[in-house]
Ligand binder design. Structure first.
Ligand code: NAD
Length: 354
């Protein structure tokens, strides 16, 4: 581990490599809070970010060129959302982002090896957890909100493609304009009590729809065939144990109302997939996939795995509000709370490297 400065923590917000990624992990108003609390904040220039660099500068951040984190001071905490670029081969800094590298995912070994070689450290946002193991920051609410909105638009035959980043007022206006009959349109949200489930319920309310809310207790006590009696199902379940699936391929040829599945979970290839009727994600270019049964019954599936990026401003504001109080704790040595949990997850993952 390189020597770290004893000065106040320095957060370095990097540019995102993906050209479609317009979100920011921390927004200008929260940078103002961090700076007022004594943290140093540097923000890289980023052409696609939904917040202008000037807004960060006005909030008290220093500014830096795109991708200059590679030469950032050793003590900087490099903060981002999605993956790092492929270079440099060795990572020296402490990085905070969603690396998706602790569950043996594709390229996970490469990423962890880069950290090992450079003696840097990864604090994966997915592993910032509280004492009960619950994640303290996530994009779920807006994932559910956008997923349900896309489902409503598809049900009404009003989904325009390709999808593109927008804002909540525009999305809400499109959803309201569908004019779906609230009495004759039956919807259900599974995982309704979770983060994305709550977002989905709120988006359906914008359309004037009151979905049935299905969570663990309903899965325990009700027959899953009940779900087929709705026009739209928005799946927001997070589970690590295989359970009775909600919709299978056999259901495609059964008598049912269900026509549109909005799968926010996108767990399409795992053995915990609650909607095995679908086995692949869909894209912004082609968000809807029509699946068919042996006898020609069909259903439309939306399984876009980067939904919050479609509402970059709203998603960033909510995420940043949750993350900022934790950034204030970056100065603690050794790390405590969620930072200690993420540090342990990293050490465990590195320990499993071949
Ligand atoms: N598509 C995207 O862009 C996107 C973005 C963010 C998150 N997600 C995914 O959305 C999913 C939900 O995330 P979250 O943050 O809302 O999780 P969460 O933990 O807040 O909520 C999950 C909910 O599922 C419920 N649940 C668990 N097992 C169930 C069962 N057998 N039957 C019914 N309900 C059950 C839980 O009680 C909980 O209410 C995750 O898989 C996450 O990876 C997708």
């Amino acid at each position: 581990m390189p020597s770290r400065s004893s000065l106040s923590p320095h957060v370095w917000v990097r540019h995102e490599t993906r050209s479609t990624e317009r979100r920011a992990p921390v927004v200008p108003d929260d940078v103002r809070r961090l700076v007022a609390s004594g943290l140093r904040v540097t923000v890289e220039e980023s052409p696609q970010r939904v917040f202008d660099l000037e807004e960060y500068a006005e909030a008290g951040a220093s500014t830096a060129a795109t991708g200059s984190w590679v030469d950032a001071p050793e003590d900087a905490w490099v903060l981002g959302i999605k993956e790092l670029p492929d270079e440099p081969a060795e990572l020296h800094h402490r990085h905070i982002y969603f690396a998706h590298s602790f569950k043996g995912q594709h390229e996970a070994v490469d990423t962890l090896t880069r950290f090992e070689k450079g003696r840097g450290q990864l604090f994966d946002i997915e592993y910032l957890t509280d004492d009960n193991g619950r994640r303290v920051v996530a994009f779920g609410y807006w994932a559910g909100y956008v997923g349900a909105a896309l489902g409503v638009l598809e049900l009404a035959g009003a989904l325009e493609t390709p999808l593109a980043p927008t804002d909540q007022p525009t999305l809400d206006a499109a959803v309201k304009a569908t004019g779906l009959d609230p009495v004759d349109t039956l919807t259900v949200v599974t995982g309704a009590r979770g983060r994305s489930g709550r977002g989905a319920v709120d988006a359906l309310a914008v359309a004037g729809l009151a979905p049935m809310r299905w969570d663990r207790s309903e899965s325990r006590t009700r027959d899953v065939s009940h779900l087929l009696g709705h026009d739209l199902l928005v799946n927001c379940v997070l589970t690590t144990v295989p359970t009775t699936p909600f919709v299978t391929r056999d259901d495609l040829d059964r008598r049912r109302r269900l026509r549109v599945l909005a799968d926010v979970t996108c767990d399409v290839t795992s053995d915990t997939n609650m909607l095995p009727v679908n086995t692949s994600i869909t894209s912004w270019e082609s968000p809807v996939r029509r699946v068919t049964g042996p006898e020609g019954g069909w259903m439309d599936v939306i399984a876009v795995d980067n939904l919050p990026s479609l509402l970059p401003r709203e998603a960033s504001i909510t995420f940043s509000a949750d993350l900022t109080p934790h950034l204030l704790g970056l100065g603690d040595h050794p790390p405590v709370g969620p930072w200690a949990a993420a540090a342990k997850a990293y050490d465990d993952a590195v320990g499993r490297l071949p």
